[in-house]
Design a protein. Structure first.
Length: 155
């Protein structure tokens, strides 16, 4: 082998591989992009969960209004939101109950997997429909705050 051929082979071998520094630079860029995405996306997911709960509560409230128009009264606290899905056994006007109920697919769960709460007569409104928030406990602040049909603040 000639000296120039050996130099060319060595040069080709060096050019084929990725250096450790190049690999570290790429990993650092990917880590930076990931951090930016996480910082910007996670709060939006939390806000979306709160917004979904607010929309669900308005939907349930509309269904309860329809129930009241048909049945001439609100479901009792004991009947709960199940009264919007199936005719309550103790309903006075069973023949006026809407075929298929008032909530398609049953009473929804809040974005955190808990049942929405219902109370009639309400303590804050004619009827209270609410979620306990992310922690599933009464009260709280931020994501853990209760979300109800009487609460109309911009979080």
């Amino acid at each position: 082998m000639m000296k120039s051929e050996l130099a060319q082979q060595i040069s080709r071998r060096r050019q084929r591989g990725v250096t450790l520094i190049e690999l570290l630079v790429v990993l650092a860029i990917l880590a930076l992009i990931s951090a930016i995405v996480v910082i910007n996306i996670l709060p939006e997911r939390d806000r979306a969960a709160v917004r979904k709960a607010e929309i669900d509560i308005r939907t349930i409230e509309t269904a309860i209004d329809q129930y009241r128009l048909d049945m001439f009264n609100f479901p009792t606290t004991q009947q709960g939101l199940d009264a919007l899905v199936t005719v309550p056994d103790d309903a006075n006007r069973k023949s006026d109950y809407r075929p298929g109920g008032y909530l398609r697919g049953g009473a929804p769960l809040d974005p955190w997997g808990n049942s929405y709460q219902y109370r009639f007569p309400g303590e804050n409104s004619v009827v209270d429909i609410y979620s306990f928030g992310a922690d599933g406990e009464p009260g709280g602040e931020g994501l853990d705050a209760d979300i109800g049909n009487w609460i109309d603040d911009n979080r």
